[in-house]
Design a protein around this ligand. Structure first.
Ligand code: ADP
Ligand code: MG
Length: 272
């Protein structure tokens, strides 16, 4: 069985929903210039689940902020759905590592913020919010306040809020990074279920090799600073994904390949 991944998997710009072309980002701070990203080229197909994997400080969050339109590029061009991104992309749903729930609002009310800001039909949004909560096993917690919820439950509410308006794009920056391992496993499954249901395109930032493989259609491997795309690996595992697939020989092969790439980049130092 040949499970060697394709070293450079490319999607044509014409077929792309997200297109990042020749993008660099330099920050000018107190300590001088920081080249966070250099010549990033990436095309993501509609409905694709793409993870951006790399060590801390390699520019993952910067890339996401640029695609969200929350920061501007130093050079290059980004389009989402053929629209040039030069301002915040309000179509996108965004989830960060720290949930940003309002403590004085219940779970349902926190999700409804999305509809209130967008001035959507509130009755319809409420029904959808309840349905989303049910899909992540939070039925019965509609009226609970964030302080009454566990970390995993809070992050589920954040994801429901990001998906309420049926965004075509979901941007997630290490959304499960602060959760314990078992909660993380469950949230990964919950996320895949929600994505399968909605056909949303997902850009998922992580520094977990296993998480990237488990979730993704393709994994974008970033090198340490200045952040560059080292390789793009296609993950040829069937969907729906099941936790048992993590023992699949193919899964292990991907893990080995990715570990090897990061070893080659000097990310892991093993002597002690
Ligand atoms: P990652 O998310 O992969 O950990 P970041 O995108 O947050 O990395 O950061 C990439 C690099 O850019 C880091 O060296 C970081 O210090 C720098 N950086 C990020 N944001 C800013 C900023 N607003 N001003 C100056 N430097 C920044
Ligand atoms: Mg980050």
């Amino acid at each position: 069985m040949n499970v060697m991944p394709a070293p450079h998997t490319t999607i044509r710009a014409a077929d792309a929903y997200i297109s990042v072309s020749g993008v660099s980002k330099t920050f000018h701070g107190r300590k001088g210039a920081v080249h966070a990203l250099t010549d990033i080229n990436l095309n993501v197909k509609p409905g694709e689940f793409v993870s951006v994997l790399g060590p801390s400080g390699c520019g993952k969050s910067t890339l996401m902020m640029l695609i969200a339109g929350l920061m501007s590029v130093s050079s290059g061009r980004i389009t989402v759905g053929k629209k040039h991104i030069d301002a915040p992309n309000s179509d996108a749903g965004v989830v960060f590592q720290q949930d940003v729930l309002l403590e004085w609002r219940s779970a349902l009310q926190n999700i409804m913020i999305q509809a209130e800001i967008r001035k959507s039909d509130l009755g319809e949004a409420r029904e959808r919010a309840k349905q989303l909560l049910k899909m992540v096993s939070l039925q019965g917690f509609e009226d609970s306040y964030p302080k009454e919820l566990s970390g995993g439950m809070r992050q589920r509410v954040s994801i429901c809020r990001a998906l309420l308006h049926r965004p075509p794009l979901l941007l997630m920056d290490e959304p499960f990074g602060a959760l314990d391992a078992m909660t993380r496993d469950q949230l990964q499954i919950d996320l895949l279920r929600l994505c399968a249901d909605s056909g949303v395109t997902v850009l998922f930032i992580t520094h977990s090799i296993a998480e990237a493989i488990f979730l993704s259609d393709r994994v974008v491997v970033m090198s340490p600073r200045p952040g560059r795309i080292e390789q793009i690996m296609e993950i040829d595992l069937p969907r729906p994904r099941r936790l048992a697939m993590r023992e699949d020989p193919k899964f292990n092969q991907y893990t080995r390949e990715l570990t090897k790439i990061f070893q080659g980049l000097g990310v892991f130092r093993e002597e002690y």
